[in-house]
Design a protein. Structure first.
Length: 309
């Protein structure tokens, strides 16, 4: 039996004048899966998300979202998708309950009061239901935004950097809720900058300058980077990093706590470059490349290719 995909699109492209914001992106996300959508600012993440939920019309591309045609059935897709934007976008002079009631009205929901009550209970907002949204902390605003996204019982949630400006405890609670919802069959596409959040996702897609550069689970994305990494400990690591960056074969020399991560795409050339520095007081060890190493590598590789072109 073929796998069911909530998102299955090919060649998705969006241009704004001479700028191609999204460049022939293919993406598949299984039902009940959490897909992390990574990339720097301006990479095309938000534009792609807005095309999926029907807020922008693609210039090219085809496929389905929730079994509906992304080009011709965008209005139907909108009613089955929850979209959480980067910034808190609710009415700060209304209470939590009033905000949720307003969203329920927008969706013309039957049994509106019950829907609002259930939403309040599900996200732990019942005790704060009469608090003005403008007085909430970042974590509670995030809960309100998620409750509003869920009130019409969507099948797919598109979350655009939902934890920006939220403290670590609230971020952890948010991700626990996401995994709970995914276990119930809800699908997520989550744009994020945080590598620890990316590692919480079932699968990843990395976009840069509108082009999809890597996709898969964490291990597959790391393998696609073809990057060799060493860690080094010792004194004056910043001075060492500056020296290493001038060596052929060293593509990254990045501080990680009390170590440096030194990486390159050609293992033999990298090993020759670091050989003169592999003596006391420095301690070197080969290590697995991390997601951050891979994404920096992909970004720099793209910059280099564009400069040559």
């Amino acid at each position: 039996m073929p796998e069911e995909f909530s998102i299955d699109v090919r060649g998705m492209t969006k241009r704004f004048g001479s700028l191609t914001a999204v460049d022939h992106v293919d993406l598949r996300v299984k039902t009940g899966e959490i897909c992390g959508f990574l990339g720097p600012n301006g990479s095309g993440k938000t534009t792609f998300i807005r095309m999926l939920c029907g807020l922008l019309k693609a210039d090219e591309g085809s496929g389905q979202c929730l079994g509906l045609d992304v080009v011709t059935e965008s209005e139907s897709i909108k009613r089955q998708v929850g979209y959480m934007t980067q910034r808190f976008s609710f009415w700060e002079d209304l209470t939590i309950r009033e905000n949720l009631d307003f969203v329920a009205r927008l969706y013309s929901m039957p049994n509106r009061r019950d829907a609002v009550r259930q939403s309040l209970e599900r996200l732990g907002l019942q005790d704060r239901r009469n608090q003005l949204a403008g007085t909430l902390s970042g974590g509670w605003k995030q809960r309100l935004a998620l409750a509003a996204c869920l009130i019409h019982q969507p099948k797919l949630l598109l979350l655009d950097e939902p934890t920006a400006g939220v403290d670590p405890k609230a971020r952890r609670e948010f991700w626990e809720e996401i995994h709970q919802l995914a276990s119930q069959g809800l699908t997520f596409l989550i744009a994020t900058h945080y590598m620890d959040e990316a590692e919480r996702c079932h699968r990843l897609a990395f976009i840069m300058k509108g082009r999809l550069l890597a996709r898969g689970d964490v291990a597959e994305v790391v393998a696609q980077g073809h990057l060799t990494t060493w860690t080094v400990r010792g004194p004056k690591l910043l001075e060492l990093a500056n020296q290493l960056r001038r060596c052929n074969g060293v593509e990254q020399a990045v501080p990680f706590g009390d170590t440096l991560h030194v990486s390159g795409s050609d293992a033999a050339v990298l090993e020759a470059a670091i050989a003169p520095f592999q003596s006391p007081p420095y301690e070197w060890r080969p290590t697995e490349s991390g997601l951050e190493d891979i994404f920096i590598h992909l970004m720099e590789q793209t910059h280099t290719q564009d400069a040559v072109a």
